[in-house]
Ligand binder design. Structure first.
Ligand code: DSN
Length: 421
């Protein structure tokens, strides 16, 4: 299909005014349509969400909150933000929701600000074991401004070591304990974390960015009943616009809102806030609940099929939307695998595995996720085919072979078209 059919009449205007950027929009649309998207944190939003993002709400400044803004003319965007808040509270059974953070990282800045002061101790999962930059990496504000202690996974089963976590919490007395990760394929025991937080008097913060969409679809247990605060992005499995969100107990509502605005950012991006509302309504449907369950079934099928190809699934498999594969048996590093798959039209990322002997820029692993391919309608047979394509791509350095695999990728994605007119 042509881009003007998809983007509508405005694309013709853009093409005339700015052919350079119009060409980027067109080629990115084609890239998403024709390649395999296995980045665990990416998805294809609905056209309704895209339409909302490209709306005149983008023009409006609205510092403050509904009914308490610093600018006039906010009566319409107030409605959008109120709808988003109400939908978030209803979908997750949350006492409070702040829908303004521009991203997951900025939501996390607000969480630190609401509950801690620079120099305070925070306990979070280490990045090499699956955590996130904002969980205390020394190159991030969190590691520079806070005393972040880290817990990890056990070497024998690659699951969170709750005994170690408790021991570190008792020894270091953190103000806040963060659970949540970017490359942890298993479920987190929120009841255990709550008990540890209560024992040491820490705030329980869950960074649910990766799995909140599975919670929204009732496919895995929710952290909301346990946590003081839950931060997340809205564009991963949740399938909304790029952005962040925070849920909290009512007693923390004022602290969270103050930390987001004026503490962390100025005007919210109201087109994104409205887009979050649209996505939250989509998440409340039976179709989305089926989708969330299918995402996990597909991830499990993909992990199992990659194991049949000789790779090893970290922690023995997955209970979520992603699998972390130890690919040392193939004789190539994560970096090389990433490049070879890229040449074959398979988009995923190299990733450290727990206790990885390789540097973070090289790695012994790859991370594959199923949110996008499941949105396309792919199922278990396609996951098996994808595992075979990945394996073939990784195991050869021959450009001609990569080009042949790419043709097979294009044939597969053509059977599951996205963004058709
Ligand atoms: N960049 C995200 C991911 O890919 O996991 C985390 O923020």
């Amino acid at each position: 299909m042509s881009a003007d059919t998809f983007y509508g009449p405005d694309f013709e205007l853009l093409s005339k005014q700015d052919p350079d950027i119009a060409a980027v929009l067109l080629s990115e649309l084609k890239r998403q349509q024709t390649n395999l998207q296995l980045i665990a944190s990416e998805n294809f939003t609905s056209r309704a969400v895209l339409a909302t993002l490209g709306s005149t709400l983008s023009n409006k400044y609205a510092e403050g909150y509904p009914g308490k803004r610093y600018y006039g003319g906010c009566e319409e965007v107030d409605k959008a933000e109120t709808i988003a808040i109400d939908r978030a509270k209803a979908l997750f059974g949350a006492e409070h929701a702040n829908v303004q953070p521009h991203s997951g990282a900025s939501a996390n800045v607000a969480v630190y600000q609401a509950f801690t002061k620079p120099g305070d101790t925070v306990l979070a999962m280490s990045l090499p074991h699956g955590g996130h930059l904002t969980h205390g990496s020394h190159v991030n504000f969190s590691g520079k401004w806070f005393n972040v202690e880290s817990y990890g996974v056990r070497q024998d089963n690659e699951l969170i070591d709750y005994d170690e976590l408790r021991e570190i919490a008792i020894r270091t007395k953190p103000k806040m304990i963060c659970s949540g990760a970017t490359a942890y394929p298993s479920l987190i025991d929120f009841e255990k974390i709550r008990a540890i937080c209560d024992e040491v008097g820490a705030i329980m913060w869950v960074d649910a960015a990766h799995f909140i969409g599975l919670v929204a679809g009732k496919a895995i247990p929710s952290p909301v009943p346990y946590a003081d605060v839950v931060s997340f992005t809205t564009h991963k499995v949740l399938r909304g616009p790029r952005g962040g969100m925070i849920l909290a107990k009512a007693e923390h509502a004022a602290a969270i809102d103050k930390a987001v605005f004026p503490g962390m950012q100025g005007g919210p991006i109201m087109s994104a806030v409205a887009g979050k509302a649209v996505a939250l309504a989509e998440c409340a449907t039976p179709a989305y609940q089926k989708y969330a369950k299918d995402v996990i079934v597909n991830a499990q099928a993909l992990a199992a099929a990659l194991e049949k190809e000789g790779m090893r699934a970290v922690s023995g498999g997955t209970q979520t939307h992603l699998a972390l594969m130890d690919i040392r048996s193939t004789g190539v590093t994560g970096k090389v695998a990433d490049e070879r798959c890229g040449a074959a039209g398979i988009v995923m990322n190299k990733n450290s595995i727990p206790y990885d002997p390789e540097k973070p820029g090289i790695t012994s692993g790859i991370r594959v996720g199923t949110p996008a391919t499941t949105t396309q309608g792919m199922g278990v047979p396609e996951m098996q085919q994808i595992a075979s394509l990945i394996s073939r791509a990784i195991k050869t350095e021959d450009a001609k072979a990569h080009s042949e695999i790419k043709s097979e990728v294009h044939a597969l994605t053509a059977r599951f078209p996205i963004y058709t007119a």
